[in-house]
Design a protein around this ligand. Structure first.
Ligand SMILES: [Zn+2]
Length: 65
């Protein structure tokens, strides 16, 4: 697992936790895959989501990057 870091979004904003105002996050990148879409050859429907988990309160912040 990556070390917690501060996060700057592509918009230039520094991410702070909605719940506790924390600024350190674990970063994960998860595939948003919908079962059946690949079977139907709709690969465009598969998107990446970046997930930042606040290390203080464990809230997950999702971004579609
Ligand atoms: Zn938090």
């Amino acid at each position: 697992m990556d070390e917690p870091t501060t996060v700057t979004l592509p918009s230039g904003h520094q991410l702070t936790c909605d719940t506790c105002d924390g600024a350190l996050f674990e970063q994960h990148r998860w595939k948003l895959q919908t079962t059946g879409m690949t079977f139907m050859n709709l690969d465009w429907a598969n998107r990446d989501a970046a997930c930042f988990v606040c290390v203080a309160c464990r809230r997950i912040h999702w971004f579609h990057l």
